[in-house]
Unconditional design. Structure first.
Length: 89
């Protein structure tokens, strides 16, 4: 299953490493990634594939939220099919 993720935070060293290492530890594959920094604010959007993970979507989401809380990151993840349905014209 594919999912869309966003990460925002005050820019600092290690944000990408922290998020990507957590995804790797849960066997979540990153299919596409885009990041930018605007006026000191870090933003990252990822397309991930959770089908190779032994963890449920809810477990992955919970782990990401916990990581975000511990590192002052705002992390959102949503199933791609729901995201696409919500943004269909």
């Amino acid at each position: 299953m594919k999912a869309i993720m966003t990460v925002t935070a005050k820019d600092r060293v290690g944000i990408i490493a922290s998020v990507c290492s957590l995804l790797a530890s849960m066997d979540v594959n990153i299919l596409d990634i885009n990041q930018t920094v605007m006026e000191g604010i870090f933003t990252m959007t990822l397309l991930v594939d959770t089908s190779t993970s032994n963890h449920s979507f809810d477990e992955i989401k919970s782990a990401l939220i916990q990581r975000g809380e511990s590192e002052e990151l705002v992390i959102h993840i949503q199933r791609a099919d729901i995201f696409n349905a919500m943004h269909r014209v």
